[in-house]
Design a protein around this ligand. Structure first.
Ligand code: PHB
Length: 361
């Protein structure tokens, strides 16, 4: 038996099953950040997921790090997203938006007036961005001044408000994958000597302040958080992973959020000590008091097992690219299609909204 297909309630979001769609950058938005019409079909095809977490969506022009990612900082953005949420709801699904600021993982050519990316400290990443010229290394960032931090928090709040206007069931604060909030948390990217740097409490401060500010706007039971404690993707590393994230999980646990969503491992970005990382991830998971969404290379068997161990749901990424009806396929032990890497980023309907459902084949 498996709990994968049981209904449940996440904060105040009722879900039909525990097969969630992870956020996936697909780089098909218009250049001004307005989501493309193609996304309506793409997401509504995937409405049988218990919950769709949409692709990372920048909260401001400065928060963008790749060409053609969607935004959520003006009413046009919200109106375009509204068509997506309406279509998903019409198909019986639930959908939340991921709030994103890339921090130092950006390129001057993508940013307002060609200015540098911003970061906790002026430390350049060895990491790819995607610009009009193709793949380019991230530009050298400048360190944020202390009085620039509150305005960024306000951008998160404004973006969350627009997400609610756009009909989303909630928002997910992106604290993972080496982007801005993760850059504040980690020791290799944050050497500040003010209240946002140094101690674990200080490095975690911005994440928690953003979570609190966004919760205040939309309600704590509609707010999720995504973290990736052990990942080194985007040149990120913390010297005290277990201590840092024990503190963060405990603080998030006190806040009665909708959920905590964790990238537990990534087959593409293996870390030097896999076994140790797996131990840390499990220990942290077992210590978390709220709804936990596990993500990272799960299949039906391992997903069922982690639900037995207390996780609320499992988020699947790559499998949702090529299997729009993944929940049904898993339930029926049907064949799973493999995604085509060449059409992950950019392009048209091909490799996006043309993967077949079981019903259509
Ligand atoms: C990406 O666009 O490559 C990307 C975006 C968000 C993530 C990870 C990767 O969390």
């Amino acid at each position: 038996m498996t709990k994968l297909f049981e209904k449940g309630t996440l904060g105040i979001i009722d879900v039909n099953n525990r097969v969630f769609m992870a956020p996936l950058t697909r780089s098909r938005a218009n250049l001004d950040g307005t989501q493309h019409e193609m996304a309506i079909k793409y997401y509504s095809q995937r409405a049988s997921a218990g919950l769709i977490i949409v692709e990372a969506t920048q909260i401001s022009p400065q928060g963008q790090g790749y060409l053609k990612t969607p935004g959520i900082y003006n009413t046009q953005h919200a109106e375009a997203w509204k068509k997506v949420t309406n279509a998903v709801h019409a198909n019986g699904g639930k959908i939340v938006l991921q709030l994103w600021h890339v921090g130092r993982i950006s390129h001057t050519s993508l940013l307002p007036e060609g200015k540098p990316p911003v970061a906790p400290s002026a430390i350049q990443a060895t990491a790819d961005t995607f610009t009009a010229k193709g793949v380019e290394n991230a530009s050298e960032p400048r360190a944020l001044d202390i009085d620039e931090i509150k305005p960024i928090m306000d951008e998160y709040v404004q973006a969350a408000k627009l997400a609610m206007d756009a009909g989303f069931d909630g928002v997910e604060v992106h604290g993972a994958n080496g982007y801005l909030l993760n850059q504040f948390i980690s020791t290799n990217t944050n050497v500040r000597d003010d209240q946002y740097g140094g101690s674990i409490e200080n490095r975690s401060r911005l994440l928690l302040e953003v979570v609190d500010a966004v919760s205040n706007e939309v309600g704590h039971n509609k707010v999720g958080v995504r973290l990736s404690p052990t990942s080194r993707f985007n040149d990120i590393h913390d010297e005290q992973i277990e201590e840092t994230y024990s503190y963060i999980y405990s603080e998030l646990g006190k806040r009665n959020l909708a959920y905590l969503h964790v990238i537990e491992r990534s087959p593409e970005y293996e870390t030097p000590d896999k076994d140790k990382d797996e131990d840390i991830v499990r220990k942290l998971r077992n210590g978390f008091s709220g709804n936990y969404i596990a993500n990272g290379d799960y299949d039906k068997a391992s997903a069922s097992k982690v639900l037995e161990e207390g996780a609320f749901a499992v988020a699947f990424g790559r499998l949702f690219i090529s299997n729009p009806d993944l929940a049904e396929r898993l339930e029926k032990d049907a064949e799973l299609l493999e995604p085509n890497h060449n059409t992950f980023y950019g392009g048209d309907e091909k490799g996006y909204s043309d993967y077949p459902t079981l019903a259509s084949t």
